[in-house]
Design a protein around this ligand. Structure first.
Ligand SMILES: Nc1ncnc2c1ncn2[C@@H]1O[C@H](COP(=O)(O)OP(=O)(O)O)[C@@H](O)[C@H]1O
Ligand SMILES: [Mg+2]
Length: 254
């Protein structure tokens, strides 16, 4: 639903000579370790559509299939595509659905398939935000398998239960999926969509995140801090965030 903060996940530059992210440029160099020169360990830079920005966008927009160059336009395209995908998944996910790596990839592909060539594919580039680096791309597949067999199997289908019990499950899935960061972009929104679906499975309303606008900066900060605590397997703050985002909607249903 919501674009949280202004998180731009930049592919990591391995090239120590040029620091400061990829903004505005497509890099040369060879991706996926293919370009390591034989005479020594030369760091490689990622390449391919995941690492590129749309020509004419001044580095603001990822290379996309629609040829969009304005941030506003790509944000809208992604937003509208997400609404459509969410709608279409209401039929595909029921109270008995167990979420798997495959299903999460299908959600991502259904959402972004017309916008990015890498929709539904695990990322091949390294991602970093501020000083935080997500686990390496080459571990995504294995990490997702572990997530599927552990956290996803243990917590989905998400059964109806006390609010606190449901939101702790949502928090575990959410934080662990975000820690893996399987996709080039859209991980936050996929994870929140999954949280919505888990709430619905448990016969609860989806959380109201209240992320939009300046007045909700505090909400975005609390959410991000809770996600980061979740990375360290301290799921309580994120569960509390979900509970607080669900409770008012429950009361309204009365
Ligand atoms: N500095 C950070 N440290 C750790 N996790 C972060 C940080 N910034 C953002 N995140 C997590 O990454 C998510 C954003 O990932 P991204 O793939 O860009 O998804 P989206 O495009 O849907 O926002 C956020 O929702 C948040 O949970
Ligand atoms: Mg993003």
């Amino acid at each position: 639903m919501d674009k949280i903060v202004t998180i731009k996940s930049h592919p990591l530059r391995f090239d120590a000579r040029k620091r400061g992210g990829i903004r505005g440029r497509n890099h040369g160099g060879s991706g996926r370790f293919s370009g390591v020169k034989s005479q020594g360990l030369r760091y490689v830079t990622p390449e391919g559509p995941e690492a590129e920005t749309q020509p004419g966008s001044r580095g603001r927009v990822l290379r996309n299939l629609l040829g969009l160059t304005r941030k506003r336009d790509i944000d809208r395209a992604e937003f509208e595509a997400l609404l459509k995908a969410q709608e279409s998944f209401l039929d595909r996910v029921g109270p008995e659905t167990r979420f798997t790596a495959k299903l999460i990839r299908e959600m991502h592909r259904t959402w972004l398939g017309e916008i990015y060539s890498w929709a539904g594919e695990y990322r091949t580039v390294e991602l970093q935000k501020g000083s935080f680096r997500w686990p390496p791309a080459f571990r995504v597949e294995q990490n997702m398998r572990v997530l599927e067999e552990g956290i996803l199997r243990g917590n989905t289908p998400c059964r109806a239960d006390a609010l606190e019990a449901v939101t702790i499950r949502m928090a575990e899935v959410h934080a662990d999926l975000l820690l893996i960061h399987p996709f080039r972009d859209g991980n936050g929104r996929i994870a929140r969509w999954l949280a919505d679906l888990m709430a619905l499975q448990a016969a609860l309303p989806a959380p109201g995140y209240e992320f939009e606008g300046r007045k909700n900066l505090g909400n975005r900060k609390r959410y991000l801090a809770a996600v980061v605590r979740g990375y360290a397997r301290d799921y309580e703050p994120l569960a509390a965030f979900f509970s607080a985002a669900i409770a008012p909607r429950l009361e309204r249903l009365g």
